[in-house]
Design a protein around this ligand. Structure first.
Ligand code: GUN
Length: 303
């Protein structure tokens, strides 16, 4: 079994990004600028946002956090979004999810300027991705594709089971994997990615175990510890664990530990490649956000 070391690959890509950002300043250009809106103080979201900001600083991208109260009205939040749309010094921004219940997430996402939508969540970008056209691609699927590419794991003709149908991971992941390879969107993703046969499973799927047992690659993104157990995995399969779940661990300083959606201990004994949690998909997601920010900068400042 080989660990898909997202932390290591992310560090490699960040070093490449740092060089690209340094080249901009060397040519007298300003550095890319990301903003992150966070509403409320959900502890996991605060940690994710801090990690994103730290990653920006690491590669020389300027980053601001706009922290808003969890009782902000939808109208006021929309005004913040419009402010960022109109601000020429902001190349891209994200609205950290989830949002409080009284806010309609879709309304907020639809208000984001698609050219600044570095999460790749706006229907315009999702539509371009579905067409196989250049777009800003959702960060987690993009990071997974990059991880597979850098370990030279081919997807052509493979059966990939994606568990989870979210707009942020499951759906865009399926779209990228089923695409024809000549439409590969990133310059670093190997041309052989895509061309997979994709099955998307979710909470109403009846024969999840049987489907998983036919998979060459399983990608789990449901947010449920130990959802994928060893009896569901064929020997030699590739397993990608997108889950980041906090489970109580009183003996630890933080009072919790992070686990994925996969029963890592037993599944890792059967598969050929597997991502650890933490240190697998998480750092790749953040790195994709940095890539998307540089992409938005280039698209919006191409003259
Ligand atoms: N919440 C968890 N992951 C993400 C992400 O990639 N983007 C946003 N905006 N919110 C998230």
């Amino acid at each position: 079994m080989i660990l898909l070391d997202g932390k290591h690959i992310a560090a490699q890509i960040r070093s490449e990004l740092r060089t690209e950002v340094e080249a901009l300043t060397a040519n007298g250009r300003r550095v890319p600028h990301l903003a992150v809106i966070i509403v409320g103080e959900n502890p996991a979201s605060v940690t994710y946002v801090n990690n994103k900001i730290r990653a920006c600083q690491d590669v020389g991208i300027e980053a601001d956090v706009i922290a808003l109260s969890d009782n902000i009205s939808q109208e006021k939040l929309l005004l913040e979004v419009e402010r960022l749309n109109a601000n020429p010094s902001i190349d891209g921004y994200i609205v950290q999810l989830p949002l409080p219940e009284h806010i309609n997430e879709t309304d907020i996402i639809r208000a984001i300027d698609p050219m600044k939508d570095v999460d790749g969540l706006h229907p315009y970008n999702v539509g371009l991705t579905a067409f196989g056209l250049p777009s800003i691609v959702s960060a987690t699927p993009k990071g997974i594709r990059e991880l597979l590419a850098r370990y030279d794991i081919q997807t052509e003709g493979k059966h990939v089971v994606v568990i989870g149908r979210s707009n942020i991971v499951g759906k865009p992941m399926a779209m990228l994997l089923m695409q024809r390879p000549y439409l590969a969107l990133s310059k670093t993703a190997s041309a052989a990615l895509g061309d997979a046969t994709v099955t998307v499973c979710h909470s109403k799927t009846r024969n999840l175990k049987e489907l998983c047992l036919t998979a060459d690659i399983i990608i789990v993104a449901v947010g449920q510890p130990c959802l994928l157990t060893a009896d569901m995995v064929r020997k030699g399969a590739v397993v990608i664990d997108v889950g980041i779940n906090r489970v109580p661990a009183l003996a630890t300083e933080r009072g919790y530990r992070l686990v994925g959606d996969v029963d890592f201990k037993l599944v890792s004994k059967k598969c050929s490649y597997i991502t650890p949690v933490p240190g697998g998909v998480g750092p790749m997601t953040i790195t994709s956000l940095l890539q998307n920010t540089l992409q938005a900068y280039m698209m919006n400042n191409s003259q």
